[in-house]
Design a protein around this ligand. Structure first.
Ligand SMILES: *Cc1c(COP(=O)(O)O)cnc(C)c1O
Length: 455
């Protein structure tokens, strides 16, 4: 399988290169040249691990990777604390897809526990090392630390926006004792941190010198790893009889785009609900066709506090008939003016699959309370955003709501809404008292480059 840039000005690359790359040199994101088809007839009875390996191998399209994919998938999902890996829980007429049974209690573990060892293996085969630099709005960083600590061929620098993530999220990163992991608190927002990372990659000499690699959700392998739980849900709920609608708490558009990929490879996905918090750039874009940057608001669902959703470029490319020139022009207009307008036919194509809703802070807190009262169930604020959107938009149909984080990652918001403090699972309680290690840096590229160079 070859991968092409959404902006059409970089050469196509292999799966192994995509495994190790950030954005394409032309600023675009990599997409598979064609959509493979998954043979759904032969999937019943496969374990979650085998299902993931099958889907990823399909996108690798390279026999020399099949064995490594299967081996690392097994090791990745063995670490989850539920043998079903992505269990479904029925809540009234809806389903909750619990994606928080991994090492760091959020769905990001699904991709990173698999991607990091695969990157390590690709580097080892080439006799190379790489430095992963990641910006996090909370959960990616924790998942990256847990996935990369002590890998022999990968180092990690994680940037988080100072004071804008929960204590549990920060401590999951900063209590790591691994010598190959460094944490930075940036005095700014998540978008500032992400923009710094983009600037590092854009400085090609610096990126080459330090062998920078990306693990943010722009990495294609992450998206594919996430497609597996949509497929497992379709199989478990016999969706070929009645296609499913998924409600997805959305920030950078990676998770919900994995749902779109699942549909493209042949899964019975009816609709995808893009549920955002008060940071509603995607909700506005999907409703009106105008993707326009706003201000970032700090919310109780901080992993979605963003205004620029990197992976949306992939949908723009797909919806504009894979026209890289149009995609490039749109993204250039967005970079220059903060606004782009989706072409009418493309917007129609987006509306065939996507609906959207933005959920404000009070409604989110109220949803946590309602779910607790009605079902004696604690849900985290991100899940609550999607639960509310799913309940409101699809009152009559079964909806699968993606529960993207464990409530104990956001104890203050959950306790405030319900009066009940969610407990961290036993295996994670040590982080609450362990010493932390991180550096605080201003929102400027110079000091960050100096920090990275000091190793
Ligand atoms: C990252 C994250 C999201 C948003 O996912 P995207 O792929 O960025 O859209 C939602 N919920 C939680 C808990 C997250 O960590």
């Amino acid at each position: 399988m070859k991968y092409v840039s959404t902006r059409g000005q970089s050469p196509a690359i292999s799966f192994e290169d995509v495994l190790l790359s950030g954005p394409a040199p032309d600023g675009g994101l990599y997409m598979p040249e064609t959509w493979p088809r998954l043979d759904f007839a032969n999937l019943d009875g496969l374990s979650y691990t085998d299902l993931t390996a099958k889907i990823l191998s399909l996108f690798a399209g390279a026999h020399e990777w099949n064995e490594a994919i299967a081996r690392h998938a097994r090791a990745a999902y063995e670490k989850f604390d539920d043998p079903r890996v992505a269990p479904l829980r029925q809540v009234d007429g809806r389903w909750l897809l619990e994606l928080f049974h991994g090492p760091t209690l959020a769905f990001k573990d699904f991709a990173l526990q698999l991607l990091a060892p695969l990157m390590n293996e690709a580097l080892a085969r080439r006799g190379q090392r790489a430095l992963v630099v990641a910006a996090t709005s909370g959960d990616t960083g924790a998942a990256a630390v847990a996935a990369i600590e002590d890998l022999p061929n990968v180092d990690l620098v994680v940037l988080h926006p100072k004071g804008r993530i929960s204590d549990v999220q920060r401590r999951q990163m900063t209590t790591s004792k691994a010598a190959n992991v460094r944490n930075v608190a940036i005095e700014g927002t998540f978008d500032d941190a992400q923009s710094l990372v983009k600037q590092l990659f854009a400085d090609h000499a610096f990126a080459r010198e330090h062998r920078l690699a990306a693990i943010n959700s722009i990495n294609w392998v992450r998206i594919v790893a996430q497609a597996a739980y949509y497929v497992s849900t379709c199989l478990a709920l016999k969706a070929f009889r009645a296609p499913l609608t998924f409600a997805v708490p959305t920030g950078n558009f990676g998770d919900v785009f994995a749902g779109y990929v699942t549909k493209k490879i042949g899964a019975p996905v009816k609709r995808l609900i893009v549920a955002t918090n008060a940071n509603d750039i995607l909700a506005r874009a999907i409703r009106t066709g105008v993707y326009a940057r706003g201000n970032v608001h700090a919310t109780i669902s901080p992993a979605m506090d963003i205004q620029v959703a990197s992976n949306f470029e992939r949908l723009l490319f797909a919806a504009h008939g894979r026209d890289a020139k149009t995609t490039r022009q749109l993204m250039e207009a967005f970079a220059a003016t903060g606004t782009l307008t989706i072409q009418p036919a493309a917007l129609g194509m987006i509306h065939d699959t996507f609906t959207t809703m933005s959920v404000d802070e009070n409604t989110t807190a109220n949803e946590i309370r309602l779910v607790h009262e009605a079902y004696k169930l604690l849900i985290d604020p991100h899940t609550a955003v999607a639960f509310h959107a799913g309940r409101t938009l699809e009152a009559r149909e079964p909806v699968v709501v993606l529960a993207t984080a464990h409530p104990a990652k956001f104890p203050d918001a959950v306790e405030k809404a319900t009066g009940v403090k969610p407990e961290l699972p036993e295996r994670l309680r040590w982080i609450l008292t362990a010493p932390e290690r991180y550096e605080t840096l201003p929102n400027e590229i110079g000091p960050l480059k100096a920090f990275i160079g000091r190793r």
